[in-house]
Design a protein around this ligand. Sequence first.
Ligand code: ASP
Length: 601
Amino acid sequence: MLKTHNCGELRVEHAGQQVTLAGWVNRQRDQGGVVFIDLRDRWGITQVVVDEATSPQAHPIARDARSEYVLQVQGVVRVRPAGTANPELETGEIEVVAQNITLLNASRTPPFYINKEERIEEVRRMQYRYLDLRRPSMQYNIVLRHRIIKFLRDYLDARGFVEIETPILFKTTPEGARDFLVPYRLQPGKFYALPQSPQQLKQLLMVAGYERYFQIARCFRDEDLRGERQPEFTQLDMEMSFIEREDIMQLVEGMMIALVEGVGTNKQLLWKPFPRLTYTEAMEKYGSDKPDLRYGMAAVDVSDIAGKSGFGVFQTNVAEGRPVKAMRVPGAGAVSGTQLRKDTAELEDLARSAGAKGLAWMALPTDENDEVKGPIGKFFTVEQKLELFERLEARPGDLLLFLSDRCEVVYNAVDILRRTLADKLNLLDPNQFAFIWVIDFPLFLWDEENKRWDPSQHMFTAPMPEDLPLLDTDPGKARGSQYDLVCNGYEVAGGSIRIHDRAMQEKIFPLIGQTMEHAREQFGHMLEAFEYGTPPHGGIAAGIDRLAMLFAGAPNIREVIAFPKTQTGSDIMAHAPSPAEPGQLEELGIAVVIEEDKEDA
Ligand code: ASP
């Protein structure tokens, strides 16, 4: 080793020891006869003192050293002179008095500071990702991610799970996105598909009798890169045999609690056990199947009261079966009249952006003798208002928002209003974890464009046993044996009990618009496997990137992935994707034809 110690470990008890350190120049201060260098490696920073009088060899190297030069320093540890200790550094009570320094490598001036946290344009960070990753905050994130993965591996290993790798070159494994296709030189005209998840393979491992499988698995989905998505991402993928929904939920819940408590990031679980919401409850109350429950502002149905009010829009909507829902925003009504008009106008714009035709509101005065503010107040009798306030548990100074429209529009608006208000009102504490389970999803969702049912999870999800008859009569009402784990508004894991019977699986295909012929061509191996003693089984997959992001308190998953793609799916450091060489295409028997309008995309 070129070092005997790392830059974070020397303490007072090492005083007098001869040591060798190696690392990067975090900072250099030339004070004439004496040069100070803060030497940094992954573990910390140690101050090196280089005195011209006592270290004639080391001094010129130290004097010429610039930020990010790589040095090896031999010297002796000494306690810093009284009054010069640095309490900000773990090694702040000592310094290393250099005898010899070797310049291991020089560095150009980096395009941004490594030794200072500052806002850097993301494009620049991505272009020089190796320098970005050298920054201590990124090293923290990447090491934290490693610790999370290590914890999960150990946890599952201790419970009889086996990690099994499954192929990256495979056949379509649909999860609702497009496949990435990979041509193959030895079989021109044929393509592998990169797995959107190891779904089929892990089910086949259950057929193969492994009973408890997991994998830190890379998944590939070619989909529109909205916000949080990456074309490749990592899942903790799991599957178990001879279990019911409850078993897997208990196991994963225990694992998450242990992870929060074990990985040591001081995150606070808001509750355990994790509450459970049905899909319908989640949508009705929060307008989302992954609600953030760090804060309230649930939507409450007030159709009965509002329908009786004198407000025409509410009367008509209720009469025609469209609900009126109200949300209570604590304290948001206790502002000046001008501010209130401005705030509510902004909220109304937001509701409109979600498709709503408008947003009605009432603000409760802080002084009991004052009037309720807001344009719709006059349409409600005193008794109706009191009934409303009681139902919403409203308190003086609260703002009440009212939405009325088709259910989907109300859901969308409630969701966006809740998320925006929580942010504005500073209700998003990244150190609090609000885990919840969402269960009883519909098995299918109607795809209006293609006029068919789409699996709400994937085509291997089993219906709830009691809903089986609905597949023949009213498939839209059938619930799937599904479960999603949600934390702070993110779906962090999702899974289901699977179909393990050929006849049942074959029943799903026509419902989701697949001909039997096509289904057998694509999934014949699954159907066949189901005929060879397939045990009842189920599983789940947790998003490692999202979990690491939440644990790191990072604003997006790119902060916890070493080499992520940009929001346009590019690697701008290595310039991928890039055109293939003509020779490569020829070998593959591929001709690239690009329509003009797609050329710059
Ligand atoms: N394969 C599913 C997914 O990627 C998870 C599962 O059902 O286990 O979302």
